[in-house]
Ligand binder design. Structure first.
Ligand SMILES: C[C@H](N)C(=O)N[C@H](CCC(=O)O)C(=O)O
Ligand SMILES: [Mg+2]
Length: 362
């Protein structure tokens, strides 16, 4: 099965509510989607969100990276030569991890389709369902309480609360949500780099002293501040999860060896796809560190690729795969079933998405 072409397009899906973090506010999923065609009837699909504030990529940069660098490197290669394909994908240019992720997942999609097997089984997995959290955007406290209660009403048992814009006031945010949802709901907190190290210790300690029972705090300090993250990890009891600080397998080794975080958030858009994500899984297994699988503002296509990875790896013990649930519509046919907090894997070959409606870019 020989790679013939990579077709590019864009999907535009409104979000059910504006998505607000310490880094940005977004109202649409407006992602690049690709179709890798071959000399057979099989095609593979991929998706890349332009998350400039995290990966540095824009819609334009993703399209250029794929069209001008990745496609010329991969056209003509045999899908069975996975190792060769991924070496070329990662050596044809540096960075541009979301562009690479879209192509990586389309290649895995094709490989699993060739063998008529669901991707998670090709990756060696046997989890048939995953439980995801739902993200609550950072807003005035009464709105966040209402959103949290709404999520619990829909069956979510894990909430990921966005904070990081108002310092110590975040303690009041979490206290109000904990009081409203009760003790049985699992609360994760994501500061998206919004605090400094000392502030993080003060805020997290205050949450601990008030008995708010936080499962973990995600990326409290700026991505580059490993020293600060290590300080936080060493001075609080709540587990610290590295997100924006970990893109590559090398980053994972540094964070773990430094003791800078307790947990790692793997996102395909940071790793450049499944190939490097598997390396992070192996590193985490060796060091006995658990991982979360996360997503950017992505639709069902790329989130499903992440779901296949999570279904395959026991070291991925937590899922933040709520992208499809945040979207107002699902334009795709096939793939895993997103039933609020539960993601159920299905037996279709590859990622499972059968058709991708997108606008073709010349
Ligand atoms: C959507 C997901 N639950 C999430 O919160 N991801 C963010 C980054 C999302 C973005 O800004 O696109 C995260 O984990 O930091
Ligand atoms: Mg995060």
């Amino acid at each position: 099965m020989i790679i013939k072409d990579i077709e590019l397009g864009v999907i535009n899906i409104p979000l059910a509510r504006p998505f607000k973090t310490a880094l940005r506010t977004v109202e649409y999923v407006e992602d690049v989607v690709i179709k890798v065609t071959t000399d057979t009837e099989f095609s593979g699909y991929g998706e890349a969100p332009p998350t400039a504030v995290i990966t540095g990529e824009t819609k334009g940069s993703i399209i250029t990276a794929i069209r001008d660098f990745i496609k010329p490197a991969l056209v003509g290669m045999d899908i069975d030569n996975l190792d060769g394909i991924f070496h070329k994908l990662h050596s044809c240019m540096v960075k541009n991890t979301s562009a690479k992720a879209a192509v990586d997942m389309a290649i895995y999609d094709l490989y699993a389709k060739k063998y008529q097997t669901p991707l998670y089984k090709v990756l060696g997995g046997n989890k048939t369902e995953l439980e995801t959290d739902l993200t609550i955007s950072v807003n005035p406290i009464p709105e966040m309480v209402a959103d949290s209660l709404d999520a619990v009403g829909k069956g979510y048992k894990i909430l990921k609360i966005k904070v990081g814009k108002e310092g110590l006031k975040d303690v009041e945010r979490i206290a109000a949500i904990r009081e409203a949802v009760g003790p049985d709901i699992n609360i994760r907190v994501d500061a998206n780099q919004g605090w400094n190290a000392k502030q993080s210790v003060q805020i997290i300690t205050a949450m601990e002293d008030r008995g708010l029972n936080i499962e973990l705090v995600e990326q409290p300090v700026p991505a580059h501040d490993l020293k600060g993250m290590k300080f936080v990890t060493g001075h609080v009891n709540t587990p610290i999860l590295a997100d924006e600080s970990v893109f590559s397998p090398e980053d994972a080794i540094s964070i773990i060896r430094e003791g800078a975080a307790d947990l790692i958030n793997i996102k395909l858009m940071k790793t450049g796809g499944i190939y490097n994500a598997l390396k992070i899984c192996s590193i985490a297994e060796i060091y006995g560190v658990e991982c979360m699988i996360g997503c950017m503002l992505e639709s069902k296509l790329s989130v499903s690729a992440a779901a296949h990875l999570a279904a395959a790896k026991s070291v991925i013990t937590r899922a933040d795969l709520d992208g499809p649930s945040l979207c107002k519509a699902d334009p795709f046919v096939g793939g895993p079933i997103y039933d609020e907090n539960m993601i159920r894997m299905v037996n279709e070959p590859g990622i499972g998405i059968e058709s991708v409606p997108f606008l073709v870019i010349d």
